[in-house]
Design a protein around this ligand. Sequence first.
Ligand SMILES: C[S@@+](CC[C@H](N)C(=O)[O-])C[C@H]1O[C@@H](n2cnc3c(N)ncnc32)[C@H](O)[C@@H]1O
Length: 391
Amino acid sequence: MQNDIDLKSQFNHGVLPQTTSDEFSRQEFVKSLKYHLASKISLGNKDAFEARVKPVFEKAEGRAPETYHEVRKAMSKEPYFNFWSALQRNSQEMMWKSVQQSVERQLPALINTAATAEKKLGSLTLDPALEIPRYHRAVDIHCMPGGYHTEFAKDDVANGALYDRAVYIYAMGRMGPFNSDIGDTTIDYIKTHYPNLKPRRILDMGCTVGHSTLAYCEAFPDAEVFAIDVGAPVLRYAYARAGSLGKKVNFSQQNAECTNFEDGFFDLIVSHILVHETSNGSLRMIMRECNRLLSEGGVVVHAETPPYRDLSTYDAFMLDWDTRNNNEPYWGASHELVAKDVAAETGFDPDKAFEAYQASAFDAEEAKRTKVFQGGDFGGGGAWWLWGAQK
Ligand SMILES: C[S@@+](CC[C@H](N)C(=O)[O-])C[C@H]1O[C@@H](n2cnc3c(N)ncnc32)[C@H](O)[C@@H]1O
């Protein structure tokens, strides 16, 4: 985004929660623990699988495990896996706690900064009457206390601040100083595969604090950028963050399943790790809404981690850890979707649907080298899986 920034730390924009040295040390410890688990400890699961679990399965069944469900059942009694899994879950809970501590300490100041920060660009429209989808109310998604929507104070921004800092720790810095890697990577794909697309209006669905959204302001300076989310605290924070970074975005609190924009209003619709957090039914409603909102020739692109069918059963099992252990109830199903099928069910021409891998814009080489990607190890790494369709 900017030339003179430190690529090894999170960019200290105007609303980022500040840390005392103890808070910073605690957060750095969690980041290092996550890195150690992903790059070193996690590898032992494969050894345990090959040396102990698979031979026992093969002896009993007369064949190797054929699905990731079979691998999971076989691994569920393996002490090494249970040890790693407990550490992984703990590292996730420690991550939120380590950031919550500093956010809570300075919450009144953060609310005030967000409310008064330089944010004359773009707009923020909240809808207190919006019904938060059940799939967000039912669980604290990925163990994030209160999810994206809970308000702990008037004009709250707590969970925006929490998410901003925690994502940097979760990704171990791999999403870059602005946590913008998924947006930057998706833009690389769009510019390569749809070079003639000159979007007048762009919509980012499930924008959270705008990590990916702001990349579009830079990549498409002539476009008007809109971003929606269901959570008010993340949107207030996103608006202040965008203002502090000099980016113009129109943020609004809306459900992507049913928005208030006119038919054909957008030439480009994107989402970044939204899909795995919505139910199967709502994903299809979102795609139908994309179809309504796109102009002719417009494109929708969703960015996620790879579908299980592209992985070995063992790697799919490891990637599926979040479904059962990290409060991600729709993670598994979302990794089984087929773009052409969803396109056909939601009004798009299946021949204009696509699935593709795009190398991470920020740090693909390092991710490949260490085989660390989004906290897991599924042998790939360094790329995002993009799917969608052209209208
Ligand atoms: C993992 S976060 C997305 C991160 C963000 N796109 C980025 O690139 O940093 C998922 C977001 O989707 C939002 N979301 C989930 N379901 C939604 C829906 N039906 N409509 C709008 N936003 C939704 C959540 O509130 C959450 O903020």
